[in-house]
Design a protein around this ligand. Sequence first.
Ligand SMILES: *[C@@H]1O[C@H](CO)[C@@H](O)[C@H](O)[C@H]1NC(C)=O
Ligand SMILES: *[C@@H]1O[C@H](CO)[C@@H](O)[C@H](O)[C@H]1NC(C)=O
Ligand SMILES: *[C@@H]1O[C@H](CO)[C@@H](O)[C@H](O)[C@H]1NC(C)=O
Ligand SMILES: *[C@@H]1O[C@H](CO)[C@@H](O)[C@H](O)[C@H]1NC(C)=O
Ligand SMILES: *[C@@H]1O[C@H](CO)[C@@H](O)[C@H](O)[C@H]1NC(C)=O
Ligand SMILES: *[C@@H]1O[C@H](CO)[C@@H](O)[C@H](O)[C@H]1NC(C)=O
Length: 915
Amino acid sequence: MGRRGEFNLEEEPGRKGNGIYCSQGVLVFTVLTVCVLIAATSLMTYYIPLSLKDDGVATKAPAAWTDAPTNKPMATDPPAEPTTTPPSDLMRGRLPKTVLPRRYEVNLRPFLYDDDVPDSKMGERFTFDGWVRIKVECIEPRDEITLHSKNITIHGMPTVLSVSTLDKTDLFESYKMVEEYAFMILKLKQMMKPHQEYDIYMQYSGILGDDEAGFYPDMYLDRFNNTRYIATTQMEGPYARRVLPCFDEPTFKASYDVQLEHRNDMQALSNGIETKHIRLDGHWSRTYFERVPSVPTYLLAFVVHDFSSINVTNANGCLIRVWCQPDLIHLAPYALNVSDRVQTYFDDYLGSEYPLAKLDHIAVPSEVAMENWGLIIYEDSYLLYGLQALYGEAYCSETITHELAHMWFGNLVTMEWWDDLWLNEGFATYMEHIGVDHVHPEFNKFQSFYNDITEGALAIDSLGTFPAIRAPVYADDDDISNAFSFVTYYKGGSLLYMMEHFLTIEVFNQGVKNYLKERAYKNANAEHLWHELTYADRDVGKHDVKKIMDTWTLQRGYPLITLTRTGNSIVATQRIFLQINKTIEDDGFGDLGYKWYVPLTYVYESGPGDQYEKPQQVWMEPSDDYTYFDLPDDAKADDWYLANAKMTGFYRVNYEDDNWQRLLDQAAMDPDVFSEENKVGLIKDSFNLAKTEVVPMSYYRSFSESLRNNSRRTRRAAVSTSSYFAKMLDTKTNIKRRSAVQTYAQSLVEPLYMESGWDESFVPDLPAASVRRGKSSRFDITSIACRYGNRHCITKATDMYKEYMNDPTYNTIPDNFRTTVYCNGIRFGGESEWDFAFDMLRTGDDRHERARWASALTCSVDASLLQSYLQLMMDSTTFSRRDVELILMGVAENPDGCAVAWDFLRDNWDAISTM
Ligand SMILES: *[C@@H]1O[C@H](CO)[C@@H](O)[C@H](O)[C@H]1NC(C)=O
Ligand SMILES: *[C@@H]1O[C@H](CO)[C@@H](O)[C@H](O)[C@H]1NC(C)=O
Ligand SMILES: *[C@@H]1O[C@H](CO)[C@@H](O)[C@H](O)[C@H]1NC(C)=O
Ligand SMILES: *[C@@H]1O[C@H](CO)[C@@H](O)[C@H](O)[C@H]1NC(C)=O
Ligand SMILES: *[C@@H]1O[C@H](CO)[C@@H](O)[C@H](O)[C@H]1NC(C)=O
Ligand SMILES: *[C@@H]1O[C@H](CO)[C@@H](O)[C@H](O)[C@H]1NC(C)=O
């Protein structure tokens, strides 16, 4: 799936016009985290402003916070062997492997319009009728077959026939449902025989649900403002069971022969290419699709639609099509171009050609980005560049690349179970910069990997609250959807990036190619990947990849490396780095005492010219309390040294004061001797270490000061770290400190604001060459400037808001700035501004606009308004489940709303958890 629930702790509240979709567990966790961090930030306000004025002196922290971050989470036991032995009840609710599905034949007919209904067995619109024939192979003799089925009505009785013998008596006796696991258990009249095949057949009806899971209806307005319906699917996590009775776990791969029945004025798409189309009667047609081999249920896709398409046949003979509603087809060429070029590039890069005859990309209105094999389904604004100003080329090409990478990582080679979901999502995240760099070299994606991916993972993973990326996942909907966490995507991607560097890209790519070849059309777990990488490295670095990577994948968190130099000798130690004082929970696969095998790289002042490409490297081992190494002989006594070359390692680094001072001096004198990544790294590391009291805040302040004018990326790093402090500007307890912080924060943001200000087409985080081409970025300087109290910004935003309020018939506010304008209009407005916004939310029918209003309303500083907003949100006739998430998160991220959100969540837990 595309990245979901993105939330960046350093980003601005109210920024997420849309895009948050997370399970209840993640929602609660996020609200809690945001609140804790805001509380922590407020604590810090007691000393940050002082250190801003007070050069170089470490400031005393408030007592309550002093020893927090240095606490070790666990006793320093000797590192244990990692155990991948799952907890004993982990197989609860899992399918037995006594029979395996080999081939499905499935036929579905959705009822979307009133005049379809007379033919429906349920006599209702938004249902579908279907039948399925599943050929299964018996592995162990049993007289029952267990499969999944949910919200499906079986018509008549299933039949079970033996395929292998001539005896055609029906073996079916009865069936029962086990609701807790969505199991359907077929009881047979006799035992099945091993290696024999059986044929299960059922007729049934299902629901086109309203929660965007399984088979569901979606709608759009055509050119004449008529409402049009399509039917589309989202099977991942475990939703295929709502569409057909099936073995709905990722290892149960099988081939599929699909038929879809639809109105004569509609068409159908599925994983395979259309092979035949027949007209059944005056109303219905049937389309047949080519058989697709070895598909796990979560990658099935069925779409019935009335869209248009453009196509190209790529250099390797694969038909690529982009589909969308007819009025938007002029926006499709960019997606066709990118998907065409990235796909052939991956064919070559991964040494394995995309195997299906076609690959469709289709844009639907609902929020999805799902890599179904042969038929990728996207929310329209992700695929169609130019549809929404918020998403520029960078975003669209990233999303397309991410989903394309899944054609190999996930589709060709599928994880065995959701506990190795990172093999899908980590690789897809990792491959983004490779695909985007191919089509947009001007974006310099390689240089951004640390900033865009690793740093986000480091920030979240230092909370110690997300499970390790390989942790037990139980067979229930919530547990499975919780596996789709930020950490799975971003830490997964970052660890692959780190491996690429310690193994070398040649070895890494060879290992990955072998992994794809060995596991093609099969399933894999991390052990398979470790094996192939170790094998590829056998004559090169001879690393034991499993031993190293178990420490990173089975434990949550990551190390802070502390380096101390005496003469030319350095001693290195490690301990887990946490932002909040908490005891880490064991994730159930065992831990290693929270110590890691660390590929510690470094460069030094007199080092060779190519040292960032070929840095010095030392391995730190979990069993060693201290790791000793010497700087190379040509290092001078007063050289600085800098660890984590190009920030490819998943750790943070602290030094002895002398070295910090030398790095500070170098940054002030000539920062360009550092790599671009390391410049950003110095700002981010010193910031995070200062937040947790490991180094004085003055280090961060000086790096940020020296480096902020150096490049767009360093300026962005300086601004985004400072936005952390901006959160306290709003809290009423800190009025006294406000002006010092505000002055400082404004001085950081002003140059960027002056440069881009309200220029609609400005893209601050892209290189100059492409600035005018893209439309926007997720890093919004205007909103930050307003946040920091920039008078010009606030005046302009509130004026625009007033103007719109005076004449709501025509909205002249540029798309890019609507979120900022609405948010500030409400923040600095009173009840009438709030009422206006609420009206717009209730009456508007543009979903992007609706989402903007929904989140802007959370910007109010009036706790009672926020409280009543949360109450109103529970009205399900006006607000969807997605709105609820957006609003709760928005209120939680608002410093004046955090407590309100938390209280509300607690008081209304039952209602929210059953939504
Ligand atoms: C941090 O956690 C430890 C163990 O739970 C506790 O003893 C200590 O008091 C906590 N420190 C703070 C500052 O809360
Ligand atoms: C689907 O089935 C579950 C029980 O498995 C039930 O609680 C729920 O109401 C059903 N949903 C619909 C829309 O029928
Ligand atoms: C469709 O609705 C929009 C906004 O409600 C309106 O501006 C437009 O003129 C309508 N188009 C037609 C063809 O009625
Ligand atoms: C591809 O597009 C052309 C028009 O550009 C059209 O004639 C052709 O039928 C399309 N092919 C497919 C397979 O959709
Ligand atoms: C894709 O876009 C690139 C760059 O704009 C262009 O050179 C190329 O011809 C396009 N390819 C296709 C197939 O449209
Ligand atoms: C950075 O730029 C700002 C404004 O352009 C300027 O005021 C400041 O002095 C510069 N800082 C450094 C360290 O050059």
